[in-house]
Design a protein around this ligand. Structure first.
Ligand code: ANZ
Ligand code: ZN
Length: 870
């Protein structure tokens, strides 16, 4: 047979699937539903190998479930709003819309060339007016339900470009384009009230057993529930007009109160402002803190700095003990109360601060028998233990001490209120969605001086993005577009202006999975249809989205339920996070990165060497890293598909390592996958020629070699099904290799095969084709046709392995008639003699061999042999 020509075959089968609309899902037809979804791509320009891996995995599941009789929904779309389109507009003078839709067209073709079983009739792009119109409806429904609101909040402001910057656009405190020091400004912005669901978003994680443990943990930490106390400290020396008489702190460690050595408040705390008003140095410090930004990560790593306000606070458990009050850069205003008491011995930040400012470090918790002072010699101790140096708390464990302090502080009073109060705190903040950007979903609000912000009336939706915009000045072009911006107020008819902020693109991706169930509906969802498909049975994507995207989606599902658009709480019943595609890196003598396609690798004396293809210059082989443009270690899926075909790329992607781990892309690996494809093609053709014809019935007698091949085939088949269900794709590949080997050997052994072998050859070839079909669907179709079938594999039901051929605890017993071997039977290892005797008495060969003579005796030697005496 000729070589399998993937380049010719793949488009041909793709066209056949298309023609038959095999992957379209339209109406309920009684089959159980299965919704498999991969995180949709950003249309950056080209598909990369990470996409191929992600979608290949989803496609295996989709094709398998379809074969198992499910009505499968497997859609694809584009997360199409966002900054890169605006940057392209600035840099290349191309309209964001044109840029985006061109990229979509390119990438759609690339995806199609991979042969994914997608329902393209449901394609959506989040920048389609059809899509964002419904998103505007959702926003207005949320507003009505009290789930959206407006308030002042800080943004990163670039004073040179006069524009707001996203966090990613602030690099080391400076604007990424202008290089200007970024300032924090207050702007009135829209928020979605994700905190309304803090408790639920946390507790429901326990009801998601098909999510990776690590993702659930990351979400838990992000939501960040903590149990602590609010504790009020009286100020011993009142400041200025004396209006501020106390400072309230939030603590999760009231047990460590006797280890306190200072109070610290945020630079944005009212107390800081009051003191700064008459202390220019403090004022300068407060300004410096503000400029440094508010990101949590930045605060964790920044050097701890503070300024002594001169105020003193009285210890709540001993008013005669006074502690200094600092303004410190590591205290956030929007957590707890924006004020803390510092306990350096048991909190690392406080420890660093105390070392820098010469404050006492007194241990108050130590495991029994430990030297408390030694314990904190170089770092804070945040472990468990027993209280020391703590008066009436001494000897109590941490939990008991917390309880004792809580009891006392609740009973004590300051003014006429209790000094302390138990308090649950959340790290989760409401979601600010306003972006001062053009290429996003317009927020459907009209601002009127007289009436305030008004929702855009339903009959005026959608608020379309204007297309005549210019990017020749910094800032948001919507602000400058008078014609679009100036409208009349829907309430009073007077002059008003549109909201010019657009929504964070995370909003777009927070509900697309729901929209896929009814992508053209005139409402955000169609309830009956959404109810039938959702939740998504299997969601697949990168772990980089473990927190924000998944949390926002979980919030949206709840908010959409509250507003009547959905009936569920959790959007994704199953989640799988796949590993990355990584590749060696290469550099030339001057340290420049070199692309894999520009070099040749040779191997001599066990040493791999690289040289530049064009001139033979030596190239240094560097470490294996995530494929990235900056390191040039990418491989373009297009090139691979052109050279080897999509099936080879798919097979390699799923073969080399467990899907949750990184896969190392190597030339040798791809070659191996390509060889497998050709090998299957050869084996199947040979089996088609020498095996039984299609549809031939099983012969009555199956000898041992045929039986062994059947067992391997059915065993491999069963393993593939089980492994797909568990996302062990690399085990499926191993099973396919094993079956291909067995088939190859059987073909070689049987020069002139008997009927049973011929039957087993065909059966094994067919099983091989069917089990690789979810992985290498084009090859499978070509092989299926070569085996004489008129149907498409993609339309066939998944073959079920014969349980009788699976029992691994079975034994093969030779059957003798009057001392001469006539046959073999396969029985369970623990089958009893009576069962075996019954089977043997019914064997055709045995009956033939004994002829007319009666069987006198059947001697069963368990697990060894059966002898028939006639
Ligand atoms: C005293 C103390 C002693 C603390 C000790 C910790 C260890 P979680 O668990 O995240 O809720 N804290 C409170 N508000 C803060 C703010 N606005 N900015 C920075 N830090 C703040 O953390 C609560 C702990 O973080 C609180 O408990 C407080 O320090 C600090 F041995 O109080 B602790
Ligand atoms: Zn008005």
């Amino acid at each position: 047979t000729e070589r399998y020509n993937a380049r010719e075959a793949e488009p041909r089968w793709q066209a056949r699937w298309d023609e038959r609309k095999l992957f379209q899902t339209n109406e309920a037809d009684g089959r159980p539903t299965y919704y498999v979804l991969e995180m949709f791509p950003y249309p950056s320009g080209r598909i990369h190998m990470g996409h191929v891996r992600n979608y290949a995995m989803g496609d295996v599941v989709a094709r398998y479930k379809r074969a198992k009789g499910f009505d499968v929904l497997h859609p694809m779309g584009w997360d199409a709003f966002g900054l890169p389109a605006e940057n392209a507009a600035i840099e290349r003078k191309v309209h964001p819309k044109a840029w985006t839709y061109e990229n979509i067209a390119t990438m759609r073709n690339q995806l199609k060339s991979i042969g994914l079983s997608l329902d393209w009739s449901r394609e959506i792009a989040t920048c389609d007016p059809d899509y964002y119109a419904q998103q505007q409806r959702l926003f207005l429904d949320f507003l009505k339900a009290g789930l959206a609101y407006r308030r002042k909040s800080k943004v990163n402001w670039d004073p040179v470009d006069n524009t707001v910057l996203a966090n990613e656009q602030v690099i080391d405190g400076r604007g990424w384009r202008s290089g200007a020091l970024v300032e924090q400004r207050e702007l009135t912005q829209w928020f979605l009230k994700i905190t309304a669901f803090s408790e639920e978003l946390l507790s429901a994680l326990d009801g998601l057993p098909r999510w990776p443990e690590k993702v659930r943990t990351m979400q838990k930490n992000w939501i960040g529930r903590s149990e602590g106390m609010l504790v009020r400290w009286a100020l011993a020396n009142a400041h200025g007009d004396g209006a501020l008489k106390e400072v309230e702190v939030y603590t999760t460690r009231p047990d460590t109160l006797f280890g306190a050595s200072f109070i610290a408040v945020s630079a944005d705390h009212p107390l800081a402002a009051a003191c700064a008003a008459c202390d220019p140095k403090l004022n300068a410090f407060v300004e410096e803190c503000r400029r440094a930004g508010t990101s949590l990560a930045a605060l964790e790593t920044a050097e701890k700095k503070g300024y002594d306000t001169g105020l003193r606070a009285s210890h709540p458990l001993d008013p005669s003990w006074e502690l200094p009050v600092y303004v410190a850069n590591f205290v956030l205003m929007d957590y707890g109360t924006g004020a803390i008491f510092g306990c350096p011995a048991h909190d690392q930040r406080d420890y660093d601060f105390a070392r820098a400012y010469g404050l006492p470090i007194k241990p108050v918790v130590a495991p029994p028998g430990a030297d408390a002072e030694a314990l904190i010699a170089d770092a804070a101790y945040d472990g468990d233990g027993v209280l020391v140096n703590s008066r009436f708390l001494d000897g109590l464990d941490v939990a008991a001490a917390k309880e004792e302090v809580a009891r006392r502080l609740e009973a004590a009073t300051l003014g006429n209120r209790p000094v302390g109060e138990r308090k649950v705190n959340w790290r989760l903040r409401d979601w600010g969605i306003s972006r001062q950007r053009y290429w996003g979903c317009p927020i459907p609000i009209i601002h009127c001086e007289a009436c305030g912000p008004q929702p855009v009336p339903d009959d005026q939706l959608p608020v379309l993005l204007p297309e005549d915009v210019s990017f020749d000045q910094p800032g948001n072009p919507l602000d400058r577009n008078e014609a679009w911006r100036n409208v009349s107020c829907p309430a009073c008819g007077g002059p008003a202006r549109r909201e010019t902020d657009t929504m964070d693109t995370f909003v777009d991706s927070s509900w697309y999975y729901a929209r896929f169930t009814a992508p053209r509906a005139a409402t955000p969802t169609e309830r009956a249809v959404a109810d039938r498909w959702l939740p998504v049975d299997q969601y697949i994507g990168g772990v980089e989205h473990a927190i924000l995207h998944l949390l926002y989606s979980r919030f949206f599902t709840r908010a959409m339920k509250m507003t009547g658009h959905l009936g569920i709480d959790e959007p994704f019943a199953g989640l799988f996070t796949q590993g990355m595609v990584v590749h060696e890196t290469y550099r030339d003598a001057s340290g420049q990165w070199v692309a894999p396609s520009e070099i040749a690798i040779s191997e001599a004396e066990g040493q791999r060497r690289a040289a530049r293809l064009s001139n033979g210059d030596p190239i240094e082989i560097g470490p294996i890293e995530k494929m990235s443009k900056s390191k040039k270690n990418t491989v373009d899926p297009n090139d691979i598909i052109e050279t080897y075909g999509a099936d080879t790329a798919r097979w390699f992607m799923l073969s080399d390592s467990p899907p949750e781990r990184d896969v190392i892309w190597t030339e040798a690996g791809v070659e191996g996958a390509s060889r497998f494809v050709q090998r299957v093609w050869r084996l199947v053709n040979e089996a088609a020629e020498r095996g039984a014809p299609a549809g031939a019935a099983a012969p009555e007698q199956i000898g041992a070699p045929a039986e062994a091949l059947r067992r391997t085939a059915h065993g491999a088949l069963a393993r593939v099904g089980e492994s797909i269900e568990r996302f062990h794709f690399n085990r499926c590949v191993a099973a396919a290799n094993e079956l291909a080997n067995a088939l190859g050997q059987a073909l070689q052994a049987a020069r002139e095969p008997d009927a049973d072998i011929r039957f087993a050859l065909r059966e094994a070839a067919e099983i091989l084709v069917r089990m690789i079909a979810p992985f290498t669907p084009h090859l499978a179709e070509e092989c299926w046709a070569a085996l004489g079938h008129e149907t498409l594999v993609a339309e066939e039901a998944w073959p079920e392995a014969d349980p009788a051929l699976l029992a691994s605890d079975s034994v093969t017993l030779p059957v003798q008639v009057n001392g001469k071997k006539r046959d073999e039977i396969v029985v369970a290892r623990d089958a009893d003699a009576a069962t075996i005797e019954k089977m043997v008495r019914e064997l055709d060969v045995v009956l033939k061999a004994v002829g007319d003579k009666p069987i006198r005796k059947v001697i069963v030697v368990p697990q060894r042999i059966v002898n028939v005496v006639a």
